[in-house]
Design a binder for this molecule. Structure first.
Ligand SMILES: Cc1cc2nc3c(=O)[nH]c(=O)nc-3n(C[C@H](O)[C@H](O)[C@H](O)COP(=O)(O)OP(=O)(O)OC[C@H]3O[C@@H](n4cnc5c(N)ncnc54)[C@H](O)[C@@H]3O)c2cc1C
Length: 260
């Protein structure tokens, strides 16, 4: 775990609220797993003092590049939009525990809400490259916030778009959609990120149908290396409740353990 000064290849606005950054990894050797994240220094100056965690959106080992997809939320991500092509950005990582892609799985289903797709896209890419069939339900407020659809389609992922605007993104409708998908395609594993409300569906289906599932959690982070305990959440271990650090024991957890 260390910080790296990497060159920005592009840092571009991709929709009203979202930006995409691609950095050059040709000078360093990093093994990065889908679901892991980097803690990013958003400005060359001291302020904002704390770095901001961003998941790995895409890793290209041949091209030796790493990509992030980010929602401009507050001061940190706003400052990130000022980072210029050909300058360096300071990234710390890769951090945390990534997703587990089971070799025996033939078909997986991903459920992403909003920028949760940034976290699940790397997993979709890894799964598709391993010859797995990938269904991805992408949920957002508006059509404009449905990100990465072209990229996912280009790698063969079967996309289902649901939005608040259209009125097909509520829990009941998403659950019905998963049921419909599983009628013609046996789902071997489930993955989710971006909404605890939607994650409850995955937790319910995983338990009911005995399907393995994982969730990538997002919590406010301080140090992102397990020291400050700012990102603690509760999980179930046997019949006990245990507090764990999202940055260190997570951010990916087995869905059945997480208290949503
Ligand atoms: C492991 C991990 C991976 C992440 N991956 C991505 C990603 O790939 N793309 C992306 O766009 N975002 C991602 N996030 C969320 C991202 O880190 C926050 O949106 C970002 O830190 C906000 O910083 P800011 O300075 O722009 O906003 P701030 O000024 O810090 O916050 C703006 C608002 O967002 C709230 N907020 C800040 N951080 C979080 C958080 N972690 N969870 C919930 N609410 C928060 C604040 O309370 C405030 O209301 C990830 C978070 C974690 C923990």
């Amino acid at each position: 775990m260390k910080t790296h000064q990497v060159k920005i290849l592009t840092n571009l606005q991709v929709s009203d609220r979202y930006w995409h950054m691609k950095v050059d990894l040709s000078e360093i050797n990093l093994t990065v797993q889908p679901g892991q994240f980097f803690n990013i220094k958003c400005d060359q100056n001291v302020y904002p003092f704390l770095r901001r965690p961003l998941s790995v959106y895409r890793i290209d080992n041949e091209e030796k590049t790493l990509e992030f997809l980010y929602l401009v939320k507050g001061i940190g991500t706003k400052r990130m939009t000022n980072l210029k092509k050909s300058t360096n950005v300071d990234i710390f990582g890769p951090l945390g525990v990534g997703f587990r892609l089971r070799e025996e799985d033939e078909t997986i289903l991903l459920l992403a809400r909003g920028v949760g797709v940034a976290t699940l896209a790397a997993l979709a890419y890894a799964a598709a490259r391993n010859g797995k069939k990938v269904h991805a339900i992408l949920s957002a407020r508006h059509e404009d916030d449905l990100l990465a659809t072209e990229f996912l389609e280009s790698i063969g992922v079967i996309i289902y778009k649901v939005t608040d605007e259209v009125g097909n993104s509520d829990v009941t409708k998403v659950e019905a959609l998963i049921k419909k998908i599983s009628l013609y395609s046996k789902i071997d594993s489930l993955y989710t990120c971006g909404s605890k409300r939607l994650a409850k569906i995955i937790q319910k289906i995983a338990k009911r149908d005995n399907i393995p599932g994982e969730i990538a959690l997002e919590e406010h982070m301080g140090c992102a290396m397990g020291v400050c305990f700012a990102c603690v959440c509760d999980i179930r271990v046997g019949d006990k409740i245990k507090s764990v650090r999202v940055c260190h024991e997570g951010p990916v957890f087995p869905i059945e353990k997480v208290i949503l």
